[in-house]
Design a protein around this ligand. Structure first.
Ligand code: KIV
Ligand code: NA
Length: 279
């Protein structure tokens, strides 16, 4: 597979072929996403929750993100790689944001960055893109701002909220965003916003009218124990947790029963050596 570039993504958009994006946090998850043909691999700050077991995404630091970005970049052969700027690494000023974005490229080996926010982030997006770093803008449900949104809830449900969403989308596009990620917005609203833009939208929980889709890999692979809350928009394509659990249990049983390791998993030695050693 050829390297996925910004041009590749634009070509898919022009052909009206959906762009596929998936999160990854380490070498194996990056490897499987890339080898299965994902065009974009995102090191999301959802890492904090599903990768590090934190309560929400707000505690993960830029340094922690960078460590994971480096592992992901080693597992990706051709996908376009982007990483979230975590909370606290870009809000203070456009300069702070650019400094963090540059670290994502130089130390994290990423190709672009994503940040949360709409019109109010325009000068920041423009600062980063002017430096030659592709920016994906994340609007709609922005988890880093959960406390001012009043939790994880659907966005753009009222006419005024939909109008604001469109304004944000147009503002980030004008500021130079190469893609607009729309989270948890009713499908018809996200579809209309998509139609009014000239850059691709990537939907999560925002219906089929977006220019592409993204999901959190751990969620869509079912790599978590029973009982964990899953948003309505997550479809489970596999039962990785169940499969892993079956494997670990089988291993446990075989160790306890001295079934494992059987001879095929052991190294041989000359009988004479053993006898001499015994004696
Ligand atoms: O952090 C993340 O994984 C994301 C996706 C849910 C879009 O931002
Ligand atoms: Na995120």
């Amino acid at each position: 597979r050829k390297n996925v570039t910004i041009q590749t993504l634009q070509a898919l958009y022009r052909k009206n072929e959906p762009i596929t994006m998936l999160t990854a946090y380490d070498f194996p998850s990056a490897h499987v996403a890339d080898s299965a043909g994902m065009e974009v691999v995102l090191v999301g700050d959802s890492l904090a929750m599903v990768g590090m077991g934190m309560e929400d995404t707000n505690a993960v630091t830029l340094d922690e993100m960078l460590l994971h970005c480096r592992s992901v970049s080693r597992g990706v052969k051709s996908a376009f790689t982007i990483a979230d700027l975590p909370m606290g690494s870009y809000e203070t000023s456009p300069e702070q944001a650019l400094t963090s974005a540059i670290r994502m490229i130089k130390e994290g080996n990423m190709k672009g960055i994503k940040l949360e926010g709409g019109a109010e982030m325009a000068s920041t997006i423009s600062k980063i893109t002017t430096a030659g770093i592709p920016v994906v803008a994340h609007i709609g449900l922005t988890p880093q701002r959960q406390h001012s949104l009043g939790g994880f809830r659907v966005q753009g449900k009222s006419t005024s909220a939909a109008v604001k969403l469109l304004r944000d989308a147009l503002a980030v596009q004008k500021a130079g965003a190469c893609m607009v990620l729309i989270e948890a917005v009713p499908a018809p609203i996200a579809a209309l916003v998509t139609q009014k833009l000239s850059v691709p939208t990537i939907g999560i929980g925002s219906g089929n009218g977006c220019s592409g889709q993204v999901l959190v890999q751990v969620d869509m692979l079912g790599n978590f124990p029973e009982g964990r809350f899953l948003p309505k928009f997550v479809k489970r394509y596999a039962d990785v947790w169940g499969e892993a659990r079956r494997g670990v249990e089988a291993y446990r049983e075989e160790v306890k029963g001295r079934v494992f390791p059987s001879s095929e998993f052991c190294y041989g030695v000359d009988e004479e050596v053993v006898r001499e050693f015994e004696g």
